[in-house]
Design a protein around this ligand. Structure first.
Ligand code: NAD
Length: 498
């Protein structure tokens, strides 16, 4: 049994609140360990530590700061297998997918090695007579991140790397469902040379989140999770004067035009819809074939592929996806499938009854596929976050784009077509933050920014890319005038008053 406490002041510390909860291993439903749930007092200890360490870190020249990130990359390469194993065991995703989770986090660390460049200010020579104006970016101080269960390496790294590269101290409150990798990340940063106190991990639930929201020394919060909690964090955090960015849930559509290559489309859809058991904020959960003929051709190829999806334990390298994260998540997702049936959608593939032989207590279900879903159904409107794909048949392209535009969520969207004009029109008019053209999960590369629109995001700056350096720094602008000095060169005689 592993006992996860917190990581404060450069080392693991036990929880003192007396509250803890189990950390499960979804692939067999066993209890892997416990995680301490921090109190407000434990958060304060972390904040005090961070506050004491941050000024010296901020005063360290930026190139030296990012050398810690470079070393961290080496250490993760050394411990990749161990990290992927912890991640797969606590989350449930396959080892291969866990490696991808880590990799997409490292890509942001790599980009943050450019922090010295990204933090450069501007300069205007002679903005007025003898006046120069320049700006500089300075760290905020102590900042915090609150992250979801579904990417326990990637999302913490998306926040930690830019925050500390910019000279802040960081407090991470990871998901209580899979705390193992975040704690190891903190340890590896210390091994890489990060001073103690610059990265703290405080585990916990709502109690510690509320303490973060109200703490006067925490200047900014980056959140990723479900939309209701994102909205809550944004409202309460900004009300107490903090800089807050919150990324919420999703309902990502894939529009399939009549001219799309159907084999490629189905390949893309099967991975994007069912990979990681659909527990991705960029998963495709709605397929929108345009025209009945397109829909029929899609279903003909898609149904056998969904039926033959291979579900398996996280350690099975041949599995397409693993179990869901918790027993509650499994019940919730199956509950949505029941709702869809009651609402009148046609359940073409039913994975509710799937049992994994030898792992009967794991949180498995097979892939589910609904046809004839309509925009008024709950299974269309709400985020299911499981291996369930809904097909909504749209008569025309305009109906398809309207579906994506009218949906409350606006995280990601894709169009599959061979028509450049349709793709261009779609990319321009669709009201969604991240768009794929013949790319099913359009997660932008690390040097672009990541963020949805509408109820998928609260706040005005995206994650990673240039926005991250803006979010984790504040701008200071200096207007300076110097009195005229001696401009006649060196004087070799003692100056005297005339
Ligand atoms: P969640 O909202 O339940 O939890 C996220 C974080 O908030 C966790 O650290 C959790 O401890 C904390 N939290 C939970 N309930 C809280 C409460 N009542 N008060 C205060 N804090 C609370 O999300 P999750 O289930 O861990 O993750 C899945 C969700 O995250 C999905 O909705 C998914 O779409 C979303 N997500 C979004 C993005 C994105 O970039 N938009 C990325 C990944 C995941």
């Amino acid at each position: 049994m592993i006992e996860y406490g917190h990581f404060i002041g450069g080392k693991r510390v036990a929880g003192t609140s007396g509250r803890k909860q189990d950390v499960m291993q979804p692939m067999d439903g066993s209890v892997r360990g416990t995680v301490a749930l921090a109190s407000q007092a434990e958060l304060r200890a972390a904040v005090e530590n961070a506050k004491a360490a941050q000024p010296k870190w901020a005063a360290t020249n930026p190139q030296r700061r990012v050398r810690v990130l470079m070393k961290f990359l080496e250490l993760v390469a050394r411990d990749y297998d161990e990290l992927a194993d912890i991640l797969a065991r606590e989350h449930g995703k396959t080892i291969a997918d866990a490696r991808g989770d880590i990799q997409r986090g490292l890509e942001v660390v790599e980009v943050c090695i450019g922090a010295p460049h990204m933090m450069k200010g501007e300069f205007t020579d002679g903005a007025g007579p003898g006046i120069d104006v320049y700006s500089m970016r300075q760290p905020l101080g102590v900042v915090a991140g609150i992250t979801p269960f579904n990417f326990p390496a990637m999302i913490p790294l998306w926040k930690i790397a830019p925050a500390i590269a910019c000279g802040n101290a960081f407090i991470l409150k990871p998901s209580e469902r899979d705390p193992g990798v975040p704690i190891r990340i903190a340890e590896l940063f210390i091994e890489a040379g990060l001073p103690a106190g610059i990265l703290n991990v405080v585990n916990g639930d709502k109690e510690v989140v509320d303490a973060i929201l109200d703490d006067p020394d925490i200047k900014a919060i980056g959140f990723v999770g479900s939309t209701p909690i994102a909205h809550y964090i944004y409202s309460r955090g900004t009300a107490s004067g903090k800089r807050v960015q919150c990324f919420g849930g999703a309902k990502n559509h894939m529009i399939i035009m009549p001219d799309a290559d159907m084999d490629q489309t189905v390949d893309a859809l099967i991975g994007a819809g069912y990979g990681s058991a659909g527990e991705r904020c960029m998963a495709i959960s709605v397929a929108v074939p345009v025209g009945n003929d397109t829909a029929n051709r899609l279903m003909e190829k898609l149904v056998p592929r969904v039926e033959s999806l291979k579900v398996g334990p996280s350690t099975d390298s041949s599995a397409d996806f693993g179990p869901l994260v918790t027993a509650q998540a499994l019940e919730r997702v199956k509950g949505y499938v029941d709702i869809g049936v009651k609402e009148g959608a046609k359940l073409v593939v039913d994975g509710r009854g799937f049992k994994m032989q030898g792992y009967e207590n794991g949180y498995y279900m097979g892939g589910c596929l609904f046809d004839n879903v309509t925009a008024d159904m709950r299974i269309y409107k709400e985020e299911i976050f499981g291996p369930v794909l809904s097909v909504v048949r749209a008569p025309r392209y305009e109906d398809a784009i309207k579906l994506a535009n009218d949906h409350e969520m606006g995280n990601g969207v894709a169009i599959f077509t061979r028509d450049g004009d349709a793709a261009r029109d779609f990319a321009s008019r669709v009201q969604v933050g991240m768009v794929g053209v013949n790319v099913p999960i359009p997660v932008p590369i690390a040097y672009y920014t990541f963020g949805g629109w509408k109820a998928s995001s609260f706040g005005d700056l995206n994650q990673h890319g240039p926005d991250a350096f803006r979010f984790y720094t504040k701008t200071k602008t200096v207007t300076s005038r110097w009195p005229s000095g001696i401009k006649d060169g060196a004087e070799f005689v003692i100056p005297t008053m005339n």
